[in-house]
Design a protein around this ligand. Structure first.
Ligand code: SAM
Ligand code: SF4
Length: 332
């Protein structure tokens, strides 16, 4: 097969070269917007992709043009064999990154650097320790906050993911911006998205425009040049060491030049965060089948926007009728 045929391109001419791999649907935090409830059944370890299987599937994606891989979850660093997986993927010719809740970064700092990871997304929705406990049901704010400083001290590019929910943390937006005055952190405000069992309603979405209005009530801001495939609309404030961005999935989706694919921890390929259909790559790998045609067919079926199932006007989305996994089972 010629090289040009091995690119993953969909009906809308979008080339897919970015794979997000979930290592587990397990987590040591319980963020209300991500995990359905305390009784969520984690996938049994035998059903998860094993390190050699993750590497094998990742290599097939690389042979089909993937040049960027993000590890996510659940919490990727709660897997006992996380270091082995990071080392294996660090040997591939890709830009390797990770999204983590930050609680265990101090244990993995050397492994992460050795694998060539230079940029991390760390989630932190509040700058208040007591509120963190309410949001995540775990008392780990101090650990996350000090691990962010540890990563910055090591010269890591740190993006802080903040899911903004009306009435929960929208009044902290300016506190996060104040953090960027002296620290080279990149704050990414994320609009609250609907997933199975996460109590989403449109009035809880604090929108891109509202975030900009809040920031510009205090600061002068300048838009930064958008990179191709960027999901974030980025801004700088003159004189600040850090920057900020908004991920406007709900009020202004960015599907037009999407290049992302996902692999769930149980080895199912999804061509969109909101896709209903999945392709069982792990089962096929275990049966010794050729995965190439499965990748191609999955991408060929990709919808133009938001898995073909979200109403483009987010105020009209009926969350009860979304057919999807919860965020923790997809991999954020
Ligand atoms: N455990 C890791 C973490 O928290 O960073 C990685 C997995 S988590 C599912 C990935 C990202 O998705 C996090 O930044 C989290 O805040 C975000 N996320 C989870 N549920 C969300 C939702 N309903 N709306 C918007 N972002 C969400
Ligand atoms: Fe865990 Fe991350 Fe989901 Fe929070 S957002 S429950 S840290 S997987």
């Amino acid at each position: 097969m010629g090289e040009e045929q091995r690119i993953l391109i969909d009906r809308y001419q979008r080339v897919h070269n970015y794979l997000r791999i979930s290592l587990t649907d397990n987590c040591n935090l319980r963020c209300f917007y991500c995990m359905p409830d305390e009784h969520y059944q984690f996938t049994p370890p035998a059903q998860l992709m094993q390190p050699d299987e993750i590497e094998a599937i990742a290599r097939i994606f690389v042979a089909h043009g993937v040049n960027k891989i993000r590890l996510t979850g659940g919490e990727p660093l709660v897997r006992k064999d996380a270091a082995d997986i990071i080392e294996r993927l660090g040997r591939l010719p890709v830009r390797l990154t990770m999204t983590t809740n930050g609680t265990r970064l101090h244990e993995f700092a050397d492994v992460i650097s050795a694998a060539g990871i230079t940029s991390l997304n760390i989630s932190l929705d509040t700058l208040q320790a007591d509120k963190f406990l309410l949001l995540t049901r775990r008392n780990q704010w101090q650990q996350v906050r000090s691990n962010i400083d540890l990563m910055l001290a090591k010269g890591m590019h740190v993006k802080v993911n903040v899911v903004v929910t009306r009435g929960v943390n929208d009044e902290e937006i300016l506190d996060f911006i104040r953090w960027t005055e002296a620290a080279p952190v990149h704050i990414r405000f994320i609009e609250f998205m609907p997933f199975t069992g996460n109590h989403w309603s449109s009035n809880k979405v604090y929108t891109w425009q509202e975030i900009l209005d809040t920031v510009s009530s205090r600061y002068q801001l300048e838009p930064l040049q958008r990179e191709k495939h960027d999901t974030a609309k980025a801004y700088r404030i003159p004189g600040h060491a850090g920057t900020f961005a908004v991920i406007s999935t709900m009020s202004a989706p960015f599907c037009g030049d999407c290049n992302r694919m996902r692999l769930t921890a149980d080895g199912k390929m999804k061509n969109c965060l909101f896709s209903q259909s999945e392709t069982d790559l792990l089962g096929a790998l275990r049966r010794g089948e050729d995965l190439g045609p499965l990748l191609q067919a999955n991408i060929a079926s990709k919808h133009a926007a938001q898995g073909g199932q979200l109403h483009p006007v987010f105020q009209q989305i009926d969350a009860a009728h979304i057919d999807n996994r919860s965020m923790i089972a997809i991999g954020g």
